[in-house]
Ligand binder design. Structure first.
Ligand SMILES: Cc1cc2nc3c(=O)[nH]c(=O)nc-3n(C[C@H](O)[C@H](O)[C@H](O)COP(=O)(O)OP(=O)(O)OC[C@H]3O[C@@H](n4cnc5c(N)ncnc54)[C@H](O)[C@@H]3O)c2cc1C
Length: 398
C-alpha cells in the first residue's frame, strides 16, 4: 500500500487537509500548478468555526495578527444607516472565536504553508499540475505535469482540491450540477476611510437595495465594495473609471473622487458536484461546490470539507476506524453544500436585491425578528456562522 496521501491544489482546502494530516504524522504530497502560492484577491471572511479549526496550526493567531477582528456585522441602508446589527458575543459558549476575521485568503495559504515547513514531513511541489488520475485496489496514481515532464506519483488516497475547474472532478466524470448567474460581480478596493466617514459602521456591512445592492467589507488598509453588474454591461463599460466612480459615489457620496486600488470582475455560480468520492479519490472545496460570495461561505465550507475528510482519513490510516468511515464524508458534507450553503447564499442574494416593497418589508421584518430575543439572535448567528451546518453534519452517522 503506498505510504502517503496525495493532494492536488495548494489553496485553503488542500493546505488545510495537508496541515491536519501532517499533524497526525501522515505523509502527504501536495501538487500546486503555479510556481508559488497564488496571491489573487478572493475571500476575506473567516467564520468562527473555521478559526476554531485553524487554531492548532497557529493560523488563527496569524490571521488575527495580519487581519481585522470583526465582532459585529450590519445590514445598512445608504440613507437610513444601520438597519440591523448582529453581535457575535452571543456565540461565546459556542465557539472559541466569537467574531469574524477579515483577512485576505492568500495570507492563510502562506500561514499553513509556513507551518507545514516547520513540520518537516509535508512535501509541497510547485509547478506540478495534475493532468489525470488512475486508481486500483491498492492505491491511486496521480499524473503530474512537472518541469521535467510528465511523472506519476502513487498514494493511498487522493484529494482533488484544485478549485472550481478541478481536473480530478472532470477526469472522474462527476457532473457539476447547478447554474451560473447572469450578472457578474465587481469588487472595488479603495483606501478611502469609511470608518471615519461612517463611524457607526462595522467592518462587514450589507446594503440591501432594489436598484443596486452592494456590500462593504474592511480588510487591512482597504475597504472592498462589491456590486452586481448588469448582464448587458460590457467589460469595457464595467471597468470604465467614470462608471466605477459613479458606483462608489452611489454607495457613499464623497466630495473627492475615490482612489481605486484594485478591481476584480468575476462570474458567480451555484454548483454542487454530484459525487464527492469515487473509490480512493475525493474532491473538496471549490472542486466540489461553488456559490455566490454573499455570506462568505465558499472558502469556509471548503476548509470545513478538508478537516472533515482529513480527520476520517487519519482515523483509518492509524487503524482507529474501518475504511467504511470514509463514506461518511460525502454523506455529511454534500447535503450541507446543497441544502445549506447553496440555499442560504441564494437567499442572501434574493434578500439584498428584493425589488417589491412587500419583499423588502419581509426581509426587514426577518431581521427584526432575528434580533427580537437573545435566543433568536443566537440561532441566526449559528446559521450564518456555519456552526449549525457543522452540527447538522455531525448528526449524520450512517
Ligand atoms: C473574487 C472572489 C471573492 C470571494 N470571496 C469569498 C468570501 O468572501 N468568502 C468565502 O468564503 N469565499 C469567497 N470566495 C470563494 C473562495 O475564494 C473559494 O471558495 C476558495 O478559494 C476555495 O478554496 P479551494 O482551496 O477549494 O480552491 P482554490 O483557492 O481555487 O485553490 C486551488 C489551488 O489549486 C491550484 N490548481 C489549479 N489547477 C491545478 C492543477 N491542475 N494541478 C495542481 N494545482 C492546481 C490553484 O493554483 C490553487 O492554488 C471568493 C472567490 C472569488 C473569486
Amino acid at each position: 500500500m503506498p505510504d502517503r496521501i496525495l493532494i492536488a491544489g495548494a489553496g485553503p482546502a488542500g493546505l488545510s487537509a495537508a496541515a491536519y494530516l501532517t499533524s497526525k504524522g501522515i505523509p502527504v504530497t501536495v501538487f500546486e500548478a503555479e510556481a508559488q502560492l497564488p496571491e489573487n484577491l478572493r475571500a476575506s471572511t473567516f467564520h468562527p468555526p473555521t478559526l476554531d479549526m485553524l487554531a492548532p496550526f497557529g493560523a488563527t493567531q496569524g490571521l488575527i495578527d495580519q487581519g481585522l477582528v470583526a465582532p459585529k456585522f450590519q445590514f445598512r441602508d445608504r440613507v437610513q444607516g444601520c438597519l440591523a446589527e448582529f453581535d457575535f458575543a452571543v456565540l461565546a459558549d459556542d465557539t472559541e472565536h466569537p467574531y469574524r476575521v477579515q483577512c485576505e485568503q492568500f495570507k492563510l495559504n502562506h500561514l499553513l504553508y509556513n507551518w507545514l515547513q516547520t513540520q518537516g514531513g509535508a512535501d509541497v511541489r510547485f509547478n506540478h499540475a495534475i493532468t489525470g488520475v488512475r486508481q486500483g485496489d491498492a492505491g491511486v496514481t496521480a499524473i503530474i505535469d512537472t518541469p521535467d515532464g510528465e511523472q506519476n506519483f502513487q498514494g493511498r488516497w487522493l484529494i482533488g482540491a484544485e478549485g472550481a475547474n478541478s481536473i480530478v472532478r472532470q477526469t472522474l466524470d462527476i457532473p457539476f450540477e447547478g447554474f451560473t448567474w447572469d450578472e457578474r460581480f465587481l469588487v472595488v478596493s479603495t483606501p478611502f476611510d469609511f470608518a471615519t466617514a461612517l463611524p457607526d459602521m462595522s467592518r462587514v456591512n450589507y446594503f440591501p437595495d432594489p436598484e443596486q445592492w452592494f456590500f462593504l467589507l474592511q480588510v487591512p488598509g482597504l475597504w472592498r465594495a462589491m456590486f452586481p453588474t448588469r448582464s448587458e454591461e460590457t467589460e469595457e463599460e464595467i471597468f470604465d473609471p467614470d462608471r466605477i466612480e459613479t458606483r462608489m459615489q452611489w454607495a457613499h457620496a464623497n466630495d473627492l473622487p475615490y482612489e481605486c486600488m484594485h478591481t476584480t470582475l468575476y462570474r458567480v455560480h451555484q454548483r454542487v458536484a454530484e459525487q464527492y468520492r469515487k473509490g480512493r479519490i475525493f474532491i473538496a472545496g471549490d472542486a466540489a461546490h461553488i456559490n455566490n460570495p454573499l455570506g462568505g461561505m465558499g472558502m469556509n465550507g471548503g476548509i470545513h470539507d478538508a478537516f472533515n475528510l482529513a480527520a476520517k482519513m487519519a482515523d483509518v490510516w492509524h487503524g482507529e476506524a474501518d475504511e467504511a468511515l470514509l463514506a461518511l464524508y460525502e454523506k455529511q458534507r454534500r447535503p450541507i453544500a446543497l441544502e445549506y450553503v447553496n440555499n442560504q447564499t441564494i437567499r442572501n442574494k434574493q434578500n439584498l436585491e428584493a425589488a417589491t416593497p412587500e419583499a423588502q418589508k419581509a426581509f426587514r421584518d426577518s431581521l427584526d425578528d432575528a434580533l427580537s430575543s437573545r435566543e433568536k439572535t443566537r440561532d441566526y448567528l449559528l446559521r450564518t456562522s456555519m456552526i449549525a451546518s457543522l452540527r447538522a453534519a455531525a448528526q449524520v452517522t450512517e
